[in-house]
Design a protein around this ligand. Structure first.
Ligand SMILES: *[C@@H]1O[C@H](CO)[C@@H](O)[C@H](O)[C@H]1NC(C)=O
Ligand SMILES: *[C@@H]1O[C@H](CO)[C@@H](O)[C@H](O)[C@H]1NC(C)=O
Ligand SMILES: *[C@@H]1O[C@H](CO)[C@@H](O)[C@H](O)[C@H]1NC(C)=O
Ligand SMILES: *[C@@H]1O[C@H](CO)[C@@H](O)[C@H](O)[C@H]1NC(C)=O
Ligand SMILES: *[C@@H]1O[C@H](CO)[C@@H](O)[C@H](O)[C@H]1NC(C)=O
Length: 342
């Protein structure tokens, strides 16, 4: 688990650095130099991890060309498979960005018989929708549910193995809010399950959310290894394993080496193949550093395929999903990432 978490912190923190405006980064020298390779390998060794990380760095140069670097470090499985740029990770809640980009595609779809907007009230489009707080229930818009401000706290223990999106939606009305509508930020996965219901609800051919995203985002952007399907990821031979360490004395050294043991995949109990399952919208994407690089380029190119320059996600959708709505904490959670330091 820690292995997975660190991988994505590294992938995304490097990505953020390269997206910055600092001219220092806009060189043709590789960012993943032998020096950086040694630094990353040093961290893996220092943490005694049996696992590894993969990293993607993208840089756009002044003449419009790109440098793209992707690499794997350490091991991807308990039996010693090497981490590579193609290793596939569960990207967990980074999946939410694909969900709201897909919502933006529905909003921009001019051939929908019932057009929707960011301000469309959920109550007007989702028959199963009802919240205990009557104001939140009638007033919540797509922007509100995207922005974690309905007043409902996580309530993540209310769903289980046999659920589906509609069974979960029908339960929301019984859950206690813990804040007033639009008052504060309270992270909520259920609202991203709700958003993942929209393609099926609004399109005449009722595609599953996972197929909709595959057809309209993964494929046109060239995210060829990215999938919502555990079966597809496993068949590729590239799926990484979360790893636990057995037999360490936690009092002595919580980062002791121990004996590596492969762990269950998150959501191992959910199937659905390429149709996905109820967790797809909140956290179902499985992807690689190579595809993460393409996704980052597409985001920095206003939603265009970085190779063909074809527009896949309209620029105003990219702008909307990249614009803050709710303040999570008013100060930098990690001081080194604060505005003053950057
Ligand atoms: C990684 O796997 C190799 C075998 O491919 C093994 O020799 C090595 O000890 C593993 N590294 C760690 C840190 O477990
Ligand atoms: C737009 O809507 C039409 C039908 O109304 C549907 O066939 C098409 O797949 C939709 N496209 C997107 C990107 O939502
Ligand atoms: C969703 O789950 C409920 C409760 O388990 C079940 O009654 C319903 O048939 C399921 N719906 C779908 C579409 O599978
Ligand atoms: C773990 O380490 C502590 C501190 O060295 C020691 O007191 C304890 O007996 C050890 N526990 C086991 C189960 O070995
Ligand atoms: C890509 O498309 C955008 C928007 O149409 C355009 O401004 C840009 O010049 C194009 N870039 C290339 C390299 O063709």
């Amino acid at each position: 688990m820690i292995g997975d978490l660190v991988a994505f912190l590294l992938v995304y923190s490097c990505a953020l650095a390269s997206a910055g405006q600092t001219p220092f980064f806009l060189t043709r020298d590789p960012v993943l130099s032998p020096h950086v390779d040694a630094f990353i390998s040093g961290i893996l060794a220092e943490w005694n991890t049996p696992g590894g990380v993969s990293v993607a760095v993208v840089q756009k140069h002044g003449d419009g060309t790109w440098s793209v670097e992707t690499k794997g470090y350490g091991n991807a499985s308990a039996d010693g498979r090497q981490m590579t740029e193609d290793s596939l990770f569960f990207i967990a809640s980074n999946s939410k960005l694909f969900n709201i980009a897909a919502t933006g595609l529905l909003i921009s779809n001019e051939s929908l018989s019932r057009r929707i907007s960011w301000d469309t009230k959920i109550a007007s489009i989702v028959p199963e929708w009802e919240l205990k707080d009557p104001i939140a229930s009638s007033q919540s818009t797509i922007t509100d549910v995207m922005s974690h401000r309905t007043g409902l706290p996580r309530h993540d223990l209310m769903y289980g193995r046999t659920d589906n999106v509609t069974s979960i939606l029908k339960r929301l009305r019984h859950l206690e809010p813990s804040a007033e509508f639009r008052d504060i930020y309270q992270y909520n996965n259920n609202m991203y399950m709700l958003l993942s219901y929209l393609p099926e609800l609004l399109l005449p051919h009722k595609p599953s959310f996972a197929r909709y995203v595959k057809e309209h985002i993964f494929e046109p952007l060239g995210l060829t290894s990215t999938t919502y399907s555990l079966d597809v990821a496993q068949a590729s031979g590239n799926l990484v394993q979360g790893m636990a360490r057995d037999g360490i004395n936690k009092t002595e050294n919580i980062f002791g080496r121990g004996t590596p043991r492969a762990m269950w995949h998150p959501n191992w109990f959910l199937s659905g193949g390429e149709d996905g399952n109820y967790k797809a919208g909140a956290g179902g994407v499985i992807s690689s550093a190579k595809d993460a690089a393409t996704w980052l380029q597409a985001l920095l190119e206003d939603g265009r395929n970085p190779v063909t320059n074809e527009s896949v996600i309209p620029p105003y959708v990219i702008e909307k999903v990249a614009t803050g709505k709710t303040v999570q904490t008013g100060y930098a959670f990690v001081p080194i990432l604060s505005h003053d330091v950057l």
